[in-house]
Design a protein around this ligand. Structure first.
Ligand code: TYC
Length: 121
């Protein structure tokens, strides 16, 4: 943007333009966490991961096994409304199938370490 401080028209009037830069904060991301339980069939978990998180069968199987062995795992990182919707979709599929599969969301701290939740960032 131009910044005029000279007398443009020679009429004694000075036009001043000030450039303003607005930096938007990076939108926070939320982890969608999948929790283990003793009742939900493995194949159901794999189907849900493929359907809701668009994972390949092999990625879905790997995450399902991680959750089975470690108790919790990260299915994905998304802006709040997307994370919330995906967790609700998992909850709804679980309810229809009458299984206790639990999916929650939590803010991503972005440091890629901490709780062993299978985080891959
Ligand atoms: N533990 C379950 C079983 O042995 C499988 C399972 C895996 C359930 C991951 C939930 O998020 C889950 N049938």
């Amino acid at each position: 943007m131009p910044h005029f401080e000279d007398d443009q028209g020679g009429d004694g009037k000075v036009l001043t333009k000030t450039k303003t830069t607005t930096r938007l904060a990076r939108p926070r991301l939320y982890k969608v966490l999948l929790h283990n339980d003793d009742f939900t069939p493995r194949e159901f978990v794999v189907m849900v991961l493929q359907h809701v998180f668009h994972m390949t069968e092999s990625d879905a199987s790997r995450l399902m096994l991680h959750v089975h062995q470690n108790g919790v795992g990260v299915a994905g990182l998304y802006p709040f409304s997307v994370a919330e919707t995906k967790a609700a979709e998992v909850g709804s599929l679980a309810q229809q199938a009458e299984v206790p599969l639990l999916c929650t969301i939590e803010p991503d701290d972005g440091d890629g370490k901490g709780a062993d939740d299978g985080d891959v960032n």
